[in-house]
Ligand binder design. Structure first.
Ligand code: BGC
Length: 719
């Protein structure tokens, strides 16, 4: 049997139109809203075809259209609330690790892994692509986001989405936009003027969408300039579907829809997690709006067409997902391990403490359940591989999500990598036990952790007092204390001066233990660079005091209580992260872009060219050390007038053997150096003198060249 969309030569738009023309009204509305496909009470029953995941929308067999089965998230195929008992998955390192890799190819490979696992588990939509800028360093979900910089975030998110969709699985990008804080996320109103918005958070999404062509966009829970993201006409209609000509569909976050007509007219296509909202808006109320003539029937068709178009464009209908296909978890674990290895950042290495010599005779490992595994972030993205250690976590949306340790034990991997006669472990709970165990050890490796979760921001940037005390006390009695951080973002490090070596391992995923040991013993030459600034303290932040009014989440059927509260992001505007630090002349603990290596790199001969307003930079990079290694070439720009702080305008990850040189060419994305002109509604580059320079992080300046930018403006074809 053949279906109308199978006629040869049809574009995804034509295929979608053919299906829409054959659909009944009920079939259409069955795709415009749906409950969470996870039973929340024992009386909740899933439709038999639903796999059990974030969402399910029924198949239309007579038209050859499969059910939509949607699963979270960017870090692996999760099974929220244990909805599919026994169904485990590979856990990727946190997106911050991917950001720290500065490596688009790696992002694509990790996306492919995610797409392959999703497809083989029966899913055709992956709720991935976290592309929010890290504006709030204490944000609970920062581990699901990539960086504080729009260029880095956009490129890495875009490639990760591209990888997922190459496997015929639609990916979202989320949570559109300025959804920077978790506590109070359903009532937070992010205030930011249009120019700053376009130059920062929106630019990250714009680049991610251009590169990855995600099938769907998910607006956040929050409000932006007084309007809920899910019914924000400026964001969804004017910018996304208008200026950017986005052809895919917009699905709300779960329990984030507040109206029918208003939301649909503003550009929302699907009400997701409708059982978490006060009403199922996108069924009866929307049908009635059509009957009243408030919404045209053609608008409903357009909403459906967008979904189908995206499914056809990535082949999700032509190559349907099949549950139960074998997954090569060992291969996937190696990919996850490689990602962790590329994302670990060596922050300090006095006296060449690292890599550790394999022949040390006694090593002590302390803390963070390092004997069992590595920490994962909490919430809808939490993956639970087989054998995970679990503790009580957070309750949100009525679902218990645990605090998970992935079963990749750093202790086991350290034992494996070292020839030491003794590698001991103590939990670190007792200071005395740890201090006694440290006596006579050649090295003490302390694992320090900071757990973050969806729906809950970190309270301040500090590690807990016990861990700080543990490290302080150990480093007072031992000269070789090496600290390995597993954190969901930046933390403060009061003991930094007294430890010789420090690694940031983020949440390193299914191969995390091996990856950490690989860096400690030198099998891996660390190449990660910080994708976020590490502040010296909360006082340096644009918003030193957190607004946490205790209105964490929406619960099924429960009206959101509390008042909407504003967060004025105009304080920093587009100068997020390192740009804020430069503007305020604050000295951070560690700057954006920073990271050490076991080899050295030399830069020579920076040259610029400007053709038709497009600037390229080239520079010669030499590995001048004694072992092979990777470097992230970073190019920044700042106006000579000092009118705005430096911006990262290009980067490239390069791997060189010892002694090898390479000429590196980098193109500069014009929107990164432009300002958004609100009156004219276009980008504008001022013809002014700027310095373009190579630097090893956002706080330093290397080779510099000066150029006068060609004045220009460019915009979007008006609709
Ligand atoms: C999260 C989304 C997620 C959805 C479905 C929401 O709470 O914000 O990122 O995709 O749940 O699980």
């Amino acid at each position: 049997m053949s279906y109308p969309w199978q006629k040869p030569g049809l574009t995804p738009d034509q295929q979608a139109a053919a299906v829409v023309a054959a659909m009944t009204t009920d079939e259409k509305f069955a795709w415009l809203s749906g409950p969470m496909a996870i039973p929340l009470t024992k009386d909740d029953k899933l439709p038999p075809e639903a796999i059990g995941s974030a969402a399910y929308y029924p198949a239309i067999p007579r038209l050859g259209i499969p059910a939509l089965q949607q699963s979270d998230a960017s870090l692996g195929v999760s099974a929220l609330g244990g909805v599919r008992p026994g169904d485990h998955a590979t856990a990727l390192p946190s997106s911050l690790a991917l950001g720290a890799s500065f490596d688009p190819q790696l992002a694509e490979a990790s996306g492919e892994l995610l797409g392959r696992e999703a497809l083989s588990k029966g899913f055709n939509v992956q709720l991935a692509g976290g592309a929010n800028l890290i504006r709030e360093p204490r944000g609970g979900r920062n581990f699901e986001y990539i960086s504080e910089d729009p260029l880095l975030t956009g490129i890495i998110a875009g490639h990760s989405v591209r990888g997922i969709q190459s496997q015929h699985v639609v990916s979202t990008v989320k949570h559109f936009a300025v959804n920077a804080q978790e506590t109070g996320r359903v009532l937070a109103d992010s205030r930011l003027n249009e120019s700053a918005l376009r130059e920062s958070d929106l630019l990250a999404f714009e680049l991610a969408i251009e590169i990855g062509e995600p099938g769907a966009v998910m607006p956040g829970y929050n409000l932006i300039n007084g309007h809920w993201a899910s019914e924000n006409a400026f964001l969804l209609s004017q910018v996304l579907k208008g200026d950017w000509r986005y052809p895919g569909w917009v699905m709300s976050d779960w329990g984030a829809t507040h109206s029918a007509t208003k939301a649909a007219l503003a550009g929302l296509d699907v009400q997701s997690g409708a059982n978490l909202d006060q009403q199922v808006w996108f069924d009866r109320p929307l049908r009635e709006a059509v009957d009243r003539g408030e919404i045209k029937a053609t608008k409903i068709d357009e909403m459906i067409r967008r979904i189908l178009r995206s499914l056809f464009a990535c082949g999700a209908i032509q190559h349907p997902a099949q549950r139960g296909r074998p997954i090569d978890y060992s291969w996937h674990q190696l990919i996850a391990q490689r990602e962790a290895e590329q994302g670990i950042v060596l922050l300090k290495n006095d006296r060449n403490t690292l890599p550790l010599a394999p022949e040390l005779s006694r090593i002590l490992v302390v803390g963070a359940h390092a004997d069992q595994g590595v920490l994962a972030g909490g919430g809808s993205s939490a993956v639970t591989p087989q054998g995970s250690l679990q503790f009580e976590g957070v309750d949100f949306m009525g679902i218990q999500t645990p605090k998970v340790y992935h079963p990749s034990s750093p202790l086991a991997a350290i034992r494996h990598n070292s020839l030491a006669k003794r590698v001991d472990f103590v939990s670190g709970e007792s200071l005395d036990e740890a201090l006694t165990a440290a006596e006579g050890s050649d090295a003490v490796i302390v694992f320090a952790e900071e757990w973050r979760s969806e729906a809950l921001d970190a309270q301040g940037l500090s590690l807990d007092a016990h861990q700080n005390q543990l490290i302080t006390r150990l480093s007072a009695v031992h000269s070789t204390v090496i600290v390995v951080l597993q954190t969901g973002g930046a933390v403060t490090l009061p003991w930094l001066e007294s430890v010789p070596a420090l690694l940031e391992a983020w949440y390193p995923g299914s191969g995390g233990g091996e990856a950490i040991a690989g860096v400690l013993f030198g099998r891996v030459n660390p190449a990660g660079r910080l994708p976020i600034t590490f502040p010296a303290d909360d006082q340096q932040l644009p918003h030193p005091t957190q607004k946490d009014p205790n209105t964490t989440t929406s619960l099924p059927g429960v009206e959101i209580t509390g008042e909407v509260f504003e967060i004025d992001y105009n304080v920093e505007g587009a100068d997020v992260g390192y740009r804020w630090f430069a503007r305020q002349q604050h000295k951070p603990l560690f700057p954006f872009g920073f990271g050490l290596s076991y080899t050295q790199f030399r830069y020579e001969n920076l040259q610029l060219s400007q053709t038709y307003g497009k600037i390229s930079a080239s520079v010669t990079l030499t590995n001048s050390g004694e072992r092979s290694g990777s470097e992230v070439v970073q190019i920044y720009l700042r106006p000579v007038s000092g009118r705005y702080p430096s911006r990262l305008v290009a980067f490239k990850k390069v791997t060189l053997d010892a002694g090898e040189s390479q000429r590196i060419d980098l193109g500069i994305e014009p929107r990164v150096i432009a300002q958004w002109d609100c009156t004219q509604q276009h980008w504008s580059i001022t013809g002014e003198e700027v310095e373009i320079y190579q630097a090893s992080d956002a706080s330093s300046v290397g080779l510099t060249a000066t150029v006068t930018l060609a004045a220009q403006s460019f915009g979007y074809p008006r609709h």
